[in-house]
Design a protein around this ligand. Structure first.
Ligand code: PEP
Length: 257
C-alpha cells in the first residue's frame, strides 16, 4: 500500500553514546551551518542525554530539532538513572526515541515499556519515534510480519488515532544496525509495507497516510537514494554515518527533492 507521498521526508541522526557536550556542540554547529538552506527535509539529531543542553543551545533558531534517545514514562520520582520526558521537553527536546534495539537488547527494554514511553512522550509534548525490527533469525524463519506486528500492537496499545498519527516509525532490522549491511530496497519496502498495512488495519486511513516510516540500518550516502525510492520509505534514522558531518550532509542532500 502506498498512499500519496504527502509525507515530508525526515532524516534523523542517532549519535548513540558518542560526543560529550563540547564535541557535540561543535558537531551540531557544523551541521547547523551546512544544513542551513534545507527547507524541504525535516532534520533531527539524538545526542546522548548529557550533551542535549549544549546541542539545543547550538541549534536554537535553526532547522535542526533535538531528541532524547531514551526516556521512561515518568515525569519525576524514584527512578534512579532514568530520563524524564517532561525534563527532556524542558531542556528543549522535541523528539523521543522509543524502543531502539540497543535499548531493548542492552537494557532489557520491553514492548510494554516502549508503549509507556510513547505515552509519556506524548503527555509531555515530545514526538515519539518508535523503533521496530526483526533479528536475522526471525527474518530467515519467515517471521518478519509476525514480529513487526507484535511490536507495533504493544507499542501503540491504547493510543487513539489522533495520538497514533503523531508517532514516527523507524524500521531498523537488527541485522543492519551498525553492521555495514544495509537492507536492499526490496527488503526495506517489504517491511515498510507490512508496517503501513498494519496501521491501515488498526486505525482510520489518515493515520497510515500521514505516518512517516523511516529506514534505519547502515544508511550511507551511497545507499540512501535506492531506499528513498521505495514508495513507503519516508526518510532515515542514521547511526554511524551521522557522526561524520560530510556523510550526514550527503544523506540529507540525497533526500532533497
Ligand atoms: C541506529 O543506531 O539507529 C542505526 C541505524 O545505526 P547505523 O546507521 O550505524 O546502522
Amino acid at each position: 500500500m502506498s498512499p500519496t507521498r504527502s509525507r515530508r521526508r525526515l532524516i534523523a541522526g542517532n549519535w548513540k553514546l558518542q560526543f560529550g557536550p563540547t564535541h557535540a556542540a561543535a558537531h551540531a554547529a557544523a551541521l547547523r551551518d551546512r544544513l542551513l538552506a534545507v527547507e524541504d527535509v525535516d532534520l533531527a539529531v539524538f545526542p546522548t542525554a548529557m550533551s542535549i543542553p549544549a546541542v539545543v543551545d547550538t541549534v536554537k533558531r535553526s532547522n535542526l530539532r533535538v531528541g532524547v534517545q531514551w526516556a521512561c514514562a515518568h515525569a519525576e520520582g524514584a527512578y534512579t538513572g532514568a530520563n524524564s520526558p517532561a525534563m527532556a521537553r524542558e531542556i528543549g527536546c522535541g523528539w523521543v526515541l522509543c524502543g531502539h534495539s540497543e535499548v531493548r537488547g542492552d537494557f532489557g527494554e520491553t514492548d510494554a515499556r516502549v508503549h509507556a514511553a510513547i505515552r509519556g512522550g506524548l503527555k509531555h509534548g515530545l514526538l515519539p519515534m518508535l523503533c521496530v525490527g526483526e533479528s536475522v533469525e526471525e527474518r530467515a524463519a519467515g517471521r518478519l510480519r509476525e514480529v513487526l506486528e507484535r511490536q507495533l500492537e504493544v507499542a501503540y496499545g491504547s493510543l487513539h488515532a489522533d495520538e497514533a498519527a503523531t508517532v514516527t516509525i523507524a524500521y531498523e532490522p537488527l541485522w543492519a544496525i551498525g553492521t555495514g549491511v544495509t537492507a536492499t530496497p526490496d527488503k526495506a519496502q517489504e517491511a515498510h509495507a507490512v508496517i503501513r498495512k498494519w496501521l491501515l488495519g488498526r486505525f482510520p486511513e489518515f493515520v497510515a497516510a500521514q505516518t512517516r516510516v523511516l529506514y534505519g540500518g547502515s544508511v550511507k550516502a551511497s545507499n540512501i537514494a535506492g531506499l528513498l525510492a521505495c514508495p513507503d520509505v519516508d526518510g532515515a534514522l542514521v547511526g554511524g554515518a551521522s557522526l561524520d558531518v560530510d556523510a550526514f550532509c550527503a544523506i540529507v542532500d540525497a533526500a532533497r527533492r
